[in-house]
Design a protein around this ligand. Structure first.
Ligand SMILES: *[C@@H]1O[C@H](CO)[C@@H](O)[C@H](O)[C@H]1NC(C)=O
Ligand SMILES: *[C@@H]1O[C@H](CO)[C@@H](O)[C@H](O)[C@H]1NC(C)=O
Ligand SMILES: *[C@@H]1O[C@H](CO)[C@@H](O)[C@H](O)[C@H]1NC(C)=O
Ligand SMILES: *[C@@H]1O[C@H](CO)[C@@H](O)[C@H](O)[C@H]1NC(C)=O
Ligand SMILES: *[C@@H]1O[C@H](CO)[C@@H](O)[C@H](O)[C@H]1NC(C)=O
Ligand SMILES: *[C@@H]1O[C@H](CO)[C@@H](O)[C@H](O)[C@H]1NC(C)=O
Ligand SMILES: *[C@@H]1O[C@H](CO)[C@@H](O)[C@H](O)[C@H]1NC(C)=O
Ligand SMILES: *[C@@H]1O[C@H](CO)[C@@H](O)[C@H](O)[C@H]1NC(C)=O
Ligand SMILES: *[C@@H]1O[C@H](CO)[C@@H](O)[C@H](O)[C@H]1NC(C)=O
Ligand SMILES: *[C@@H]1O[C@H](CO)[C@@H](O)[C@H](O)[C@H]1NC(C)=O
Ligand SMILES: *[C@@H]1O[C@H](CO)[C@@H](O)[C@H](O)[C@H]1NC(C)=O
Ligand SMILES: *[C@@H]1O[C@H](CO)[C@@H](O)[C@H](O)[C@H]1NC(C)=O
Length: 357
């Protein structure tokens, strides 16, 4: 008879509800804006005095001597202000049949982002399970409307994997998650285990991960590659938002309203409560700091803002017109020479194309 080890639930984040710590309304001079390879733009910051409340991160030096960015004990590898997203490295839960002890070893993780600005992106992540006799569950029993889902992945032998190149139930399965999820835990169903197939697949894995960065390889079934390739983690996208109010409500309090740059606008979060700021069209930069949104010089980026005539940058837009002596549509590259008769009349005025913001 197999011996089932005790259910081990490793809490990734044990979050104290942050008290009313004094937090910067705007970053102080001298605050770092980069940690290792990762840009850390305000409202994020390294340390509470450099960030908006709730957006403080740690920049720690690892034993290898590299700097890494963390929220609590989860590494952050990417932050996007215009998308309101960040990319984290999420721990892979695993279950393995140990033939020498005839027991199931396992290690399952939970991730707790309750009372933080972060929530799992329902668009970009999928709960992903790899294995040949596996039923793994994902659930949230911390919120009022508890949630549970999961999927089954099977395959009878190595040969049955041959045609399995996508994650579609043979050796790998995926399931979507709901919006506004801030907590999840993983558990494996004990009625499914690899005791009968251990000679080609002794382990199975489950993790919430960024689906379009994941490709199922059949070697994930027969080797430990999936778990060990990236230190036991997989990329996860989180959406983040400011506060828990809509734009209209947040705008009433000028002290706490986050969209402080001119030429910025407010967007309700599309995943859970709160709002985001974005630079208005024709501007780019950081809407969360004073004068953060700067005019885009469209004329210096002919690839994204094509102009086949004379380009003139304007605040929030640009003009593109045909050079004197020619006529046509400069945006489409069809300026043509005026007829001699017309040009000698000195009446030629290039057609202007104007893009309002
Ligand atoms: C594996 O699953 C089978 C079928 O559900 C069960 O009979 C067996 O006890 C399990 N093995 C272990 C080691 O838990
Ligand atoms: C943050 O700023 C406050 C007030 O200026 C200061 O007392 C505190 O020591 C600072 N904390 C850190 C971690 O620098
Ligand atoms: C990073 O360093 C801070 C301060 O020393 C520490 O409190 C925190 O636990 C560290 N985080 C990780 C993930 O090592
Ligand atoms: C961060 O995102 C940018 C833009 O999507 C991408 O070019 C870059 O490779 C990403 N960096 C990491 C470490 O994922
Ligand atoms: C913010 O603006 C940029 C550029 O106009 C756009 O690509 C991006 O989708 C916007 N962000 C959101 C959350 O709508
Ligand atoms: C199986 O279990 C034994 C005893 O706990 C352990 O020493 C061994 O490393 C395990 N084997 C694997 C492949 O994990
Ligand atoms: C794999 O696909 C090929 C071609 O479609 C088919 O002939 C073969 O029987 C399939 N093998 C398995 C194990 O399903
Ligand atoms: C695994 O065991 C089965 C039955 O015991 C056998 O048919 C199969 O060839 C074995 N596979 C490997 C890779 O050893
Ligand atoms: C919104 O956030 C404020 C401040 O963090 C908190 O006091 C309040 O309870 C939150 N409201 C809801 C509905 O979560
Ligand atoms: C506005 O926000 C500030 C900073 O968060 C807070 O101290 C103040 O109580 C808020 N005012 C109102 C009227 O809610
Ligand atoms: C934000 O959401 C509220 C409530 O759903 C809505 O009334 C408001 O128009 C939205 N604001 C924006 C900027 O989308
Ligand atoms: C470019 O030319 C095409 C085809 O003549 C036309 O449909 C389109 O509106 C033009 N674009 C602009 C920006 O004028």
């Amino acid at each position: 008879m197999g011996v089932l080890l005790g259910y081990r639930l490793f809490q990734l984040l044990m979050l104290p509800l942050v008290g009313a710590a004094a937090s910067a309304a705007a970053p102080l001079p001298g605050c770092r804006t980069r940690c290792g390879e990762v840009d850390v733009p305000y409202p994020f910051g390294i340390g509470p005095n450099c960030s908006r409340e709730g957006f403080s991160l740690d920049c720690n030096t690892t034993t290898g001597g590299h700097e890494k960015l963390f929220v609590f004990n989860v590494e952050i590898v990417n932050i996007s202000l215009p998308l309101g997203q960040a990319r984290m490295l999420n721990a892979i839960s695993w279950q393995c049949y140990n033939v020498s002890t005839n027991s199931i070893d396992y290690n399952t993780w939970s991730l707790n982002l309750i009372n933080t600005p972060y929530r799992f992106s329902d668009d970009l992540n999928k709960f992903t399970v790899i294995g040949c006799d596996t039923l793994a569950n994902i659930g949230d029993f911390e919120s009022a409307d508890s949630y549970q889902s999961g999927c089954v992945s099977t395959c009878h032998n190595e040969a049955s994997l041959v045609n399995s190149s996508s994650c579609s139930g043979i050796g790998c399965c995926q399931t979507s998650i709901p919006k506004d999820l801030t907590y999840y835990e993983v558990w494996f169903d004990s009625n499914f285990n690899s005791s009968s197939i251990w000679n080609f697949s002794d382990c199975s894995y489950a993790v919430l991960l960024e689906a379009n960065r994941f490709e199922f390889l059949t070697s994930y079934i027969t080797t430990t590659q999936f778990r060990y390739n990236n230190d036991g983690t997989a990329p996860l996208v989180v959406d983040w938002a400011i506060g828990n109010e809509t734009c209209e409500v947040a705008q009433r309090n000028k002290t706490s309203y986050a969209c402080i740059s001119e030429h910025s606008e407010c967007l309700n979060s599309s995943n859970g409560p709160g709002y985001l700021c974005n630079c208005s069209r024709g501007y780019h930069g950081n809407p969360y700091v004073a004068h953060g949104c700067q005019d885009i010089d469209e004329c210096s980026d002919n690839h994204r803002y094509p102009c086949h005539g004379i380009c003139q940058n304007l605040p929030g837009s640009y003009k593109c017109f045909c050079p004197p002596g020619t006529y046509g549509d400069a945006l489409n590259g069809t300026c043509t020479q005026q007829q001699k008769l017309q040009s000698s009349a000195k009446m030629a005025v290039g057609k202007e194309s104007f893009f309002p913001p």
